[in-house]
Design a protein around this ligand. Structure first.
Ligand code: NAD
Length: 334
């Protein structure tokens, strides 16, 4: 890899984008980060950071000017609570961001374009049971994705294919399955389950009850951020054009996830279940057969080790804010 390879990471002020920037800079790339905001928890490692709203065409032209490769991560998104109650906002913003970014990449003659899709594109009818069969890439159709965020991602996967076939833009498509780790959102309503549970347990006292959304029997698999950026990089360097899962294939229930985090925290934690809260699909797991074949690699970090690092970071953040002193003694619904 030449020292002079220039790349842009959009969404570089966000969780995965920020980690990806650090990874690519360490690999010797010249990196431009672009986002509507700067990273929240630590300074960017990017050589250049542009604060731009990528819904707008001229900003996408600036973002992709003079770079060889585009890692397109910018999206208006969050955890299940945010996704299920902001469908119009999500499809409007992410459609504008993505279509303008890919067209600007084409116009600016960028050589490669990596689009970050999601496990939310998989059909609802394959995810009705907690003991779900792991999802293979070809099972995306007949389409029945999550109704908003998922449709936009699936549509954009097709846009990538048509830009590659008709315009020669060399595209990559990665489908993330629940990425977690430090320096990610842990409060405010956009956080995902590992961060939300870590926050609730950090704020709880030994023996407290925390609120769990749904009955807690819904299942997921979780992938640590270092594996995520390694996988993104490996996919970009491969010659594989079809969508590829990137996640862990160890599935567990939300109730089990609570138990794992409680053990890490060294607390006895009881659960109350709020059945009125959104809980997404009943079961979801990644089938990593194609990932192993294409990349000759798969995520390495165990859930326990990844969560221990993440919990420690969130606990430290709450401590710094003084939030822990205010924790409720009996029930934490935050
Ligand atoms: P994130 O919310 O932390 O990062 C997304 C970034 O996009 C944010 O910093 C946000 O400010 C930026 N953005 C939003 N609107 C913008 C705009 N108009 N102009 C410029 N920037 C804008 O999310 P993340 O977890 O880092 O996710 C990165 C990508 O991966 C997203 O496309 C997301 O849909 C996808 N993804 C993530 C997960 C996951 O588990 N984290 C799972 C599936 C897919």
């Amino acid at each position: 890899m030449s020292e002079k390879t220039r790349v842009v990471v959009t969404g570089a002020g966000g969780f995965i984008g920020h980690h990806l920037v650090k990874y690519l800079v360490a690999k010797g790339y010249w990196v431009r980060g672009v986002d509507i905001k700067e990273p929240e928890y630590e300074a960017t490692a990017a050589h250049e950071f542009l604060v731009l709203d990528l819904k707008y065409w001229e900003n996408c032209q600036k973002a992709t000017a003079g770079v060889d490769e585009v890692y397109a991560l910018a999206a208006n998104m969050g955890g299940i609570g945010f996704i299920e109650s902001n469908k119009g906002l999500i499809v409007r913003d992410s459609t504008l961001i993505n279509i303008h970014t890919i067209e600007a990449a084409r116009e600016n003659k960028c050589k490669r374009f990596l689009f970050t899709s999601s496990a939310c594109i998989y059909p609802g009818y394959r995810q009705k049971d907690p003991d779900v069969i792991p999802l293979k890439e070809e099972e995306a159709y007949p389409a029945d994705p999550e109704d908003g965020y998922g449709w936009e991602k699936l549509y954009m996967e097709r846009v990538c294919r048509h830009y590659r076939e008709d315009f020669g833009l060399d595209t990559r498509i990665v489908r993330f399955h629940n990425i977690f780790g430090p320096l990610g959102t842990y409060d405010g309503g956009r956080e995902k389950s590992p961060a939300a549970i870590s926050r609730k347990i950090s704020l709880a006292n030994d023996g407290d009850i925390i609120e769990v959304w749904g009955d807690g029997n819904q299942t997921r698999s979780y992938c640590y951020i270092d594996d995520c950026v390694e996988g993104i990089y490996r996919l970009m360097r491969s010659d594989f054009h079809e969508p590829l899962n990137l996640g862990q294939d160890r599935m567990l229930s939300i109730n089990e996830l609570v138990d794992v985090v409680a053990k890490i925290a060294g607390k006895t934690i009881y659960r109350s279940h709020d059945l009125t809260k959104p809980q997404g699909v009943r079961g979801r797991n990644s089938d990593n057969t194609l990932l192993r074949k294409v990349l000759g690699w798969e995520p390495q970090m165990s859930l326990e080790d990844g969560l221990a690092i993440t919990y420690k970071w969130i606990d430290g953040q709450l401590e710094k804010k003084g939030a822990k002193k205010k924790s409720a003694p009996v029930e934490t619904n935050a």
